[in-house]
Design a protein around this ligand. Sequence first.
Ligand code: ZN
Length: 343
Amino acid sequence: MTAPVLRTTIAGSLPKPSWLAEPDRLWAPWRLEGAALDEGRRDAVRLALFDQERAGIDIVTDGEQTRRHFVTTFIEGLDGVDFERKRTVRIRDRYDAEVPVVRAAVARRRPVFVDDARFLRGATDRPVKFTLPGPMTMVDTLYDGHYGSREKLAWAFAEILNEEAREIAAAGVDVIQFDEPAFNVFFDEVRDWGVATLERAARGLAGRRTAVHICYGYGIEANIVWKKSLGGEWRQYERTFPLLAASAIDQVSLECANSRVPIDLIGLLAGKDVLVGAIDVATPVIESPEDVARVIRAALQFVPPERLYPCTNCGMVPLARQTARGKLAALSAGAALVRAELG
Ligand code: ZN
């Protein structure tokens, strides 16, 4: 039997239905409450799965339909963090946001997403991936008024994330992914403690695959300005990839569509699965299958097909649903084109 090749997946999120949350907003408030909200979120997960399955995506997610934000919704489930009196801080070193404040030792008194992971596992026959924020990105999305050290707080979050991830693994999820967009900003911290805390979060997950998603962020204004400032070639990954290649993490998800990342940098990830972003989430323009195929072919020079997973650059939550569906179909069709060429 030959190994499956070019299995498709997505970075994580999909847009939410307008009856669940206001469309076209990243932190949109819920439009339902109480039991209706619980039911609505699960219905939205079913729709997210339907869209992915119909498009032919091989490893599916819940589209992050049950969370308002990929970092703060997890933090809301923890003790020690104050959501009442927020502070404005600069996050990812480029935009100001109102964020919750750590006022005491952080702790996880109860599971946060484990029921959601169980529901996802039961709602599809396909392999499933579940996403969590990474320790450094959590630290960088709040104000620390207790630990006085980003590293100390990151270790505390890593232990909490590991408790959560172990229970999610036990629920039968196939891949657990940690989102670390902060890895593209704070290179010295990545080297000093970022990868180590990520490995701590991903330790002992009962044989499940572990992934890290690093990226240049959604297509919001601050990110577009930042990307322009990075110059003609984005060589940021050059510092991070060798560290990840030497780490215990199995898969690395990165942005390749319309990015200025020199594709040969992927060669620094030898031995890892590479989730190659072949769909640009910063534009509503839907890629053609050939556009997608071109990115996959370029990446195939550096990654063997059984380790290459065509993927989206980042989450699709800011896009219109119709656009996201079109992009899912293009991703699948583009992968099929290249699969046919491989014979
Ligand atoms: Zn991303």
